[in-house]
Structures are given as C-alpha cells and as structure tokens.
Design a protein around this ligand. Sequence first.
Ligand code: TRP
Length: 334
Amino acid sequence: MDERKRVLSLIQPSGVPTIGNYLGAFKNWRAMQENYDCLFGAADLHAITVRTEPKTLRENTRSIFALLLAVGIDPEKSVVFVQSRVPEHAQLAWLLNCCTQFGEAARMTQFKDKSATHADNINVGLFAYPTLMAADILLYQADYVPVGQDQKQHLELTRTIAERFNFSYGETFTVPEPFIGKSGARIMSLQEPSKKMSKSDLNTKAFISMLDEPSVITKKIKSAVTDSEAKVRFAPGKDGVNNLMDIYSCCTGKDYEAIEREFDGHGYGDFKNAVAEALVSELGPVQGEYKRLISDKAYIDSRAAEGSRTAELFARRTLAKAMRKMGFYDPDGR
Ligand code: TRP
C-alpha cells in the first residue's frame, strides 16, 4: 500500500477564531483527516511575537486546543499538539535562521504590516516568525500545508529554505506545497467586504467569532453591508453579497447558481435570515462540543500532553538528521 501524504497546519492561539477560520480552514482540516496523515496544532510560540498576558496565553492555548477537537479534529486520527511542548521547533528554527538571508525575512509582507501596527514592539521574534514557521513544517516532513492567502509568502520562503538546506547539506527535508482546499472561500469583513474578516477588527460587527451566540450571529449578519441592487447574485462589485453567498455556500454546500435560484424574487432581508440560520445550525454542534470539552480540563490536558509527545517523536528524528547533516558534534556518536 502506498504511503499517505502528510499534512500539517497550525493556528495561533490569539483569541477566538472567526467563522472565516472555521469555514476556510477547520472544515477542510477535518475533511483532510480521511485521506492524509495530519498534524494540527496551536502555534503558541508564534503568539508571543505580539505581547500577550501570561494568563491569556495559557487560556487561549488550552482554548484553541479544545476548539480543534470541537470542530472534529480527531486525536485518534490526527496528531494534535502544542508547539511549545515540542522544543525541537525552537531548535530547528535556529538552524534555519542561519540558512536564511536578512533580506529574505525583511521582504515578508506580514513583517512589514505587523511592524507598522505594532511599532512599539518590533521584536526579533516578529522578524524570525517565518523561519519558526518553516521549522514547524519541515520538522514533520509535511507534503502539504493548508494555508490562507496571507501565509503563502511564508510557505514560499519555507520551500526556498528547504531547497537551500538540501542543496548545501544533502537531502534532508521534504519540500512542502501549499494546499488549496475545496472550499477555498476567503470570508471577508461584514462591514468592509473588500478586507479579510479578522478577529482583531476594532469594529466587532465586522466579524463573527466561532463562539458568538445565535442572537449575536443573527444581528451581525443582518447588519452586514450589501448594496442597493437588492438582487442575490454573485457578481463583481457586489463584495458584500458575494461574501454572504460564500458563507451560505460553505454552510449548505449549495453553489452560487442554486443560491441565486433559491432567492430569485426575494430581497436581502430573506437572504440574510437564511444565511444567519444556516450559520447558527452549522456552528451549534461545534459550540456545544466546545462547551463540554473546555469544562473537562483533565481531558484536554491529557490529550494535549499526549499529542505533543507523539509530535515530538517525529520532530526529534528530523532535528537529529538536520544536525548530523550540518556537522554538529554528537559525543554519543549516533
Ligand atoms: N502563521 C500561521 C498563521 O498565522 C500559523 C502557523 C504557524 C502555521 N506555523 C505554521 C501555519 C505552520 C501552517 C504551517 O496563520
């Protein structure tokens, strides 16, 4: 039997993810478990590139771990882990820092953006963020990495670093490819639909968090920006309606044509009610499961510890290989 391809992706534990994370990432991750060997985790080392209260970091990390399980990432099928519990990430990141040019890291648009928005804390970690991300991926010899548009450049740099390392020291790392999910939808802001939906938006009406109450979801959908055409159709220039159609499509599996037919002759009011309803019933089971899991601290802690131990078994092997290839002295002579 041929080996299954390996998939890896992490999410930063920095607040409650939005329906954009759910529809654009988690739903795909859940489906991928059936066809790939998957590793999913909480990128808590990445989260500290922005100043975070210790208590918040700890709670957010446990919470995102519980949320991964709540969306249906099954720890019996996939390795679900916490990045900081696997010290090999920071170790390999250092080796990769030394294989990455200053200019390459300085070109990353996320670094440039974050330096602008966090001008009071442009730390070296923010700069080295992409090499840590490369370490996350290369440690597990991942074939595919499901990422959003905003992380494509980091993945491209990861490929460059992997190829360079392999060229300099001999075949060591699998060169990963981006994975574009079936529902590649990018969910946009409900208030400024030309911008990606973001949980850090100052206007809370612009995003729906995965744990928003049904009444809040409904209110936010109802106040979403549309246009004056009053016709449910997917077309250029109709960013607000297009976005609602994407949300509806992701929740129901219906394509644009079917949605247009369904709402032919109806105004935006009816359409928004349907979108809100579909979203509430999509999120309901996840929210229920999350509530159950987050109150079972012992279960979450033991799953996180176990998943991280399993991840480390993989990671340790790759780090040892990379260190051997680079020429580190091993007095144990392995
Ligand atoms: N940088 C990613 C983000 O913010 C999170 C991340 C960290 C990641 N390490 C990764 C994603 C490795 C994919 C693979 O979305």
